[in-house]
Design a protein around this ligand. Structure first.
Ligand code: GLU
Length: 281
């Protein structure tokens, strides 16, 4: 029997899907087919301030229109806070998290005012205990951040990840993970209780995802997520970061390009067959 192959498409219901999403979903779906593997859909809806149920319904409609099928049940991230909390607790117990009381704006200012290029991402580390106690007592809200220096110190060897198809002949490359690209990432937001990197890492593991197939725009995220996998003793998936589609202006598609949503294309009479063919599927 061949090795299991489980991949997923994990959109956030914060807007309508556009061509770029279609390409991503088709890429993962085709890979699962080619490997006689499984294709999962995960709805990344932890950010209640930006996600809307109507966008989720539209995602299902658009993907079905594209001709994709996926396994049931669909995992909705917001329905699994206990799974995410368990991972946070584990990191906290290892002394790898700290409370951050700063606002996003304060963090951005601190980074901007650091000597030129000295700090691209936040690596502030924990506050002195007395200041933390004072701010907690004052009822200030906080996010939980990964203490990167402490996390890196627990590793016995540099971390790597496998990127399929990255070599000049399409072979697999071993890439050195550079979690410092993310700095002390936020793992639990003040408002939401969990943050993107933690939820994705935990959910990929719980869903048995063996192949993370997603756009090149999430390449840096992989460096951070690889570290979280190691810290949480989770299995290591293989990665494929696919190219990003660009529009006629050479820029990649984004949610702001309303005319390129699948709904608009459909309304303009584009057929799923035509769209798939245009994208090489
Ligand atoms: N939910 C993320 C997004 O829509 C993708 C997460 C992932 O593929 O790991 O950008």
């Amino acid at each position: 029997m061949s090795a299991p192959f489980v991949t997923r498409f994990a959109p956030s219901p914060t807007g309508r899907l556009h061509r770029g999403h279609a390409f991503s979903a088709l890429t993962a779906h085709a890979a699962a087919r080619a490997a006689q593997g499984r294709f999962l859909l995960r709805i990344e809806d932890i950010d209640a301030t930006r996600c809307r149920p109507e966008y989720e319904a539209a995602i299902l409609e658009d993907l079905a229109w594209l001709g994709l099928t996926w396994e049931q049940p669909v995992r909705r991230q917001s329905e699994h806070p206990a799974d995410h909390q368990a991972a946070l607790d584990r990191l906290a117990a290892r002394g790898l998290l700290y409370r951050c009381f700063r606002t996003r704006r304060e963090i951005a200012q601190a980074i901007a005012s650091a000597p030129h290029g000295a700090m691209e991402t936040w690596r502030g580390g924990p506050l002195p205990a007395d200041e933390e106690a004072r701010r907690l007592a004052a009822g200030e809200t906080f996010a939980w951040r990964l203490h990167l220096d402490a996390a890196l110190a627990t590793l016995e060897a540099p971390l790597t990840f496998r990127e399929e198809g990255a070599g000049p002949k399409g072979e697999t490359s071993l890439i050195l993970a550079r979690p410092e690209l993310g700095g002390d990432v936020v793992l639990a937001r003040k408002d939401v209780g969990v943050a993107y990197h933690l939820a994705v890492t935990v959910d990929d593991a719980l869903q048995g995802v063996t192949h993370v197939i997603r756009g090149q725009d999430l390449f840096e995220a992989t460096h951070v997520q690889r570290l979280l996998q190691a810290l949480l003793d989770l299995p290591e998936p293989v990665y494929r970061h696919h190219r990003l589609l660009t529009g006629p202006d050479g820029k990649r598609y984004a949610k702001r390009d309303r005319a390129q949503t699948l709904a608009e294309l459909r309304a303009a009479g584009v057929t799923p067959q035509a769209l798939r063919a245009e994208m090489g599927f």
